[in-house]
Design a protein. Structure first.
Length: 243
């Protein structure tokens, strides 16, 4: 599976079209999680464009990026809050994170089951995860000039089944990016109109799914679970100053 470099992703989100997409999706993310103050927030995949507007008031915010795409320093000019971590074994303490934002992660994963098991492990017993995943039926999954046009897109039902198979409890599903993936920024400026109309006119063809789930330990009663890889206990120390 071809993976875009994090520098490709950074360049996209630095473009006018990318900044518009970030604003659109951030609006949906904040509607689902309006208040994360005092919580420990982790991003996985390439979540940093969306974490920046959420980190104020959190107990701690940090991001992990998979080795296949690389890593870049973040946030620029401030203490480093990002690290490189394999989905096979996240370097995070068990039950130490309140919220996980997964963006450009599930569709790029080589082992989705293992990734979900690791996310379940590091999440606190009352924690929540929010996944932003390209819709298999949407046009954005075919737009390879955007980050959502790479990897393996999912249907909403597939995402929910994946969550349930890994002992998460599905809480809600939202969708976004209803406008066609035009390259022209001037055409994309109509995106807010499409967002308002699309969820009623053609809800099944959204560009991405936003799926929230919770970790509830009793959800696994009576169900088999594959063996999880034990985690390491690092990366929760105070961030180092920027060099």
């Amino acid at each position: 599976m071809y993976k875009r470099s994090v520098y490709d992703l950074k360049a996209f989100y630095g473009s006018r079209s990318g900044r518009l997409m970030r604003r659109l999706l951030s609006r949906h993310i904040r509607a689902i999680w309006p208040d994360v103050k005092g919580l420990r927030l982790m991003g996985y995949g390439y979540a940093v464009p969306y974490l920046r507007g959420m980190m104020e008031g959190t107990e701690r915010t940090f991001a992990l990026m998979p080795p296949g795409s690389g890593v870049h320093y973040w946030p620029e000019g401030e203490n480093g809050l990002v690290g490189l971590a394999s989905e096979m074994e996240l370097p995070i303490e068990t039950e130490s994170v309140d919220r996980i934002l997964l963006v450009h992660g599930l569709e790029q994963s080589q082992a989705p089951q293992v990734l979900m098991q690791e996310l379940w492990r590091v999440l606190k017993s009352n924690g929540r995860i929010l996944m932003v995943v390209p819709n298999r039926l949407g046009l954005w999954a075919r737009a390879d000039w955007t980050p959502f046009g790479h990897g393996a897109p999912w249907t909403a039902r597939q995402i929910v089944h994946c969550l349930e198979d890994n002992l998460f409890v599905h809480e809600r599903t939202d969708s976004a990016l209803y406008m066609p993936p035009f390259r022209s920024f001037y055409v994309m400026r109509t995106a807010y109109i499409f967002e308002n109309i699309g969820r009623f006119a053609f809800p099944g063809f959204a560009g991405v799914h936003l799926v929230e789930a919770s970790k509830q330990v009793y959800a696994g009663t009576g169900r088999a679970r594959t063996a999880r890889i034990p985690g390491r206990r690092i990366l929760i120390s105070n961030p180092l100053p920027a060099g």
